[in-house]
Design a protein around this ligand. Structure first.
Ligand code: R5P
Length: 313
C-alpha cells in the first residue's frame, strides 16, 4: 500500500479514529475549526504532495456545515498537490431529493454530487446510499458499500434464525429487505401503508404471516422514527412475538430517540455511519455496531488498487 493520509472532518471523530486504528495509520494533522463569524477555517499541517489522501466526513447534522467542511478540505488538499483525493462519506446526506417527482423540485443529491466533484475529489466511498442510482450522479469512480455483512453477522450472533422474519417497513424498501432475507435465509414480509381516502389516516396492512415471529425491520435511514415505531405497532398487532430494527444511518432528529425509547421496539441496532449522540448512547433499546473495519478495509483496498466489490462476495 502506497503511503496514505487520513483526514478527519468534525462529523464523526470516533469512527475516523477507529478506521485509523484498523489501518494502523495516524490521522494527518489538520485543523478544521471556525472563524469568529462561524465560517470554516481549514489548515492541513503535514505535507501531502503526491500522496493518496482520504477525507472521512459524513454529511450528517448539521449537514450544511459538514458538507462545507468536506468541500473546503478537498480544496486544501487539491491546492497542496495531493495525488488523489477520496471523499469517504459514510452517510451521504441530501439524498432524499434524488429525482423530480413534481414540477419545480430540485435534485439535491445531484447538486451535492456535483459540488463534491467540482471541489476536486477523485473518488467517493460511501455506504448504503438512499437510492442506488445516486452512485451514477457522480462522474468520478464511486463505491457504494453495503453494511449488510456487518448487520448479518450481528443478527446471526444474537437471534434464532429459525424463527425470524425480515420486514420491509414500506413498499419502497422491499429490494433492500429482500437482499437481507436472502443472506440469512429468512422469509420476507412487507408493511403496506395505504390511505384509502384523502383526509383519512393511513392503514398499515401486513403482507405475510408474522404471528409468533421475531421480526427484523430493515431500512437505510431512521429519522423521526415514525416509520419504525408505526411498523412495530402494526406487526405486534398481527401477532409478531417481538420486533427488532436494523438501520444503517441513525439520523434521529427531533424527539426520535425518546419516541423509540418509549416504543414497542425491542431493540434498534444502528451503525456508526453517523456519530451517536449521548441520548443514543444511553438509550436502553438502541445499540450501535461499527462499520469501521468495513470502511478501513475498503480504504486499504482502494489504496492498493484491489477489488472493493469482493468484500461483499
Ligand atoms: C424512506 O424512504 C427511508 O428509507 C426511511 O424509511 C425514512 O427516511 C424514515 O423516516 P422516519 O424515521 O422519519 O419515518
Amino acid at each position: 500500500m502506497s503511503e496514505i493520509k487520513l483526514l478527519a472532518g468534525n462529523s464523526n471523530r470516533a469512527l475516523t479514529e477507529s478506521i485509523a486504528a484498523y489501518l494502523g495509520v495516524p490521522l494527518t494533522k489538520c485543523q478544521v475549526r471556525r472563524f469568529a463569524d462561524m465560517e470554516i477555517f481549514v489548515e492541513i499541517q503535514e505535507n501531502v504532495r503526491g500522496l493518496d489522501t482520504f477525507i472521512i466526513q459524513s454529511t450528517s447534522f448539521p449537514a450544511n456545515d459538514h458538507l462545507m467542511e468536506l468541500l473546503i478540505m478537498t480544496d486544501a488538499l487539491r491546492r497542496a498537490s495531493a495525488r488523489r483525493i477520496t471523499a469517504v462519506v459514510p452517510y451521504f446526506g441530501y439524498a432524499r431529493q434524488d429525482r423530480k417527482p413534481a414540477p419545480r423540485a430540485p435534485i439535491s443529491a445531484k447538486l451535492v454530487a456535483n459540488l463534491i466533484t467540482r471541489a476536486g475529489c477523485d473518488r467517493v466511498l460511501t455506504v448504503d446510499l438512499h437510492a442506488g442510482q445516486i452512485q451514477g450522479f457522480f462522474d468520478i469512480p464511486t463505491d457504494n458499500l453495503y453494511s449488510a455483512p456487518v448487520i448479518v453477522r450481528d443478527i446471526k450472533e444474537r437471534l434464532d434464525l429459525n424463527n425470524v422474519m425480515v420486514v420491509s417497513p414500506d413498499v419502497g424498501g422491499v429490494v433492500r429487505a429482500r437482499a437481507l432475507a436472502k443472506r440469512i435465509d429468512a422469509p420476507l414480509s412487507i408493511v403496506d401503508k395505504r390511505r384509502e381516502r384523502a383526509g383519512e389516516s393511513e392503514v398499515m396492512n401486513i403482507i405475510g404471516d408474522v404471528s409468533g415471529k421475531s421480526c427484523i425491520l430493515v431500512d437505510d435511514i431512521v429519522d423521526s422514527g415514525g416509520t419504525l415505531c408505526n411498523a412495530a405497532e402494526a406487526l405486534l398487532a398481527k401477532g409478531a412475538r417481538e420486533v427488532y430494527a436494523y438501520i444503517t444511518h441513525g439520523v434521529l432528529s427531533g424527539g426520535a430517540v425518546a419516541r423509540i425509547s418509549s416504543s414497542k421496539l425491542k431493540e434498534l441496532v444502528l451503525t456508526d455511519s453517523i456519530q451517536p449522540t449521548e441520548a443514543v448512547r444511553v438509550a436502553k433499546n438502541i445499540r450501535v455496531i461499527s462499520i469501521a473495519p468495513l470502511l478501513g478495509e475498503a480504504i486499504a483496498r482502494t489504496a492498493k488498487e484491489e477489488s472493493v466489490s469482493s468484500l461483499f462476495d
